[in-house]
Design a protein around this ligand. Sequence first.
Ligand SMILES: Nc1nc2c(ncn2[C@@H]2O[C@H](COP(=O)(O)OP(=O)(O)O)[C@@H](O)[C@H]2O)c(=O)[nH]1
Ligand SMILES: [Mg+2]
Length: 304
Amino acid sequence: MALIGCPNVGKSSLLNQILKEKVSIVSATPQTTRSKIIGIRHFPAAADAPAAQIIFLDTPGLHRPLGHRLNQRMVQTAKAALQEADIVLFVIDATHKPPLPGSGRRDDEGAILELLSSVRCPVFLLLNKIDLINKGRLLPVIDAYRRVHPFELFLPVSAKTGDGIEPLLAALVQRLPDTVPYYPTTQSSDQPVLFRAAELIREKVLHHTRQEVPHAVAVVIEEYTEPPADRPRAATRIRARVIVERESQKAILIGKGGQMLKTIGTEARQELEPLVGRSVFLALWVSVKEAWRQDEQFLTEVGY
Ligand SMILES: Nc1nc2c(ncn2[C@@H]2O[C@H](COP(=O)(O)OP(=O)(O)O)[C@@H](O)[C@H]2O)c(=O)[nH]1
Ligand SMILES: [Mg+2]
């Protein structure tokens, strides 16, 4: 199942709500998700149904890939996910104005709708953020989208409250192809722990920065050391480098007397501990790497 949509509509939040675990980081800044994130929800066998698993692909928001290579890669990643999926979940922000049918829109959503017209599998429309609007306002939105694509199902949901998630899962389970499970039942993500750790740190940076800074941030884990076997209660040591594009951004991240970096480090550590399963000693460093978003080799190294 591929989650597709414009930036900031709540795709990653939905994935986390479905899995009841943060596998994909979330922020108010568009284009937070840079790579394809896989989340796996397992359903144990019941009297009337065999065990099942649903594999979700979270994707970067589809937007017109202006500018640098990072953006171009993000759009390619989302498009590739469309081809792999059995069902596409097209997520919209239900609080936004619905599209005008047949107006040949040249914006991001118009481009996605055009892409969807070439998709062969069923497409569900998820109207997200219904906690923010009156249910009565959904009908005209559904009506408007019905005219622009033959969606198989319309599902109002809230990634924030979990409203509508159970009906969504029920509809998906019903349509699961009959295949052998891919992933062991203990696994909820395919991301290596190092990548997830880097992403959690990046999320905390995004929460504390504005404007151009969030887009200029990359995180690299430089050291990840588990405690020795004879000291199982000791902390995991993580050393991470936060990379920005300019000295001015570095100054913002470090903050007055290092206060900002300290706050980011404390918040990141609190989220890393449940991921790692023990206490964490986290050291953060900030450095400048000009134009890293144009550097193909670096993008591959950091996994975007
Ligand atoms: N009120 C509300 N906010 C939401 C909901 N889903 C997502 N958000 C917020 O919308 C913003 C973007 O969410 P995110 O999951 O990163 O969007 P993505 O870019 O599509 O992955 C974040 O600030 C979320 O907290 C929802 O159902 N209700
Ligand atoms: Mg996202």
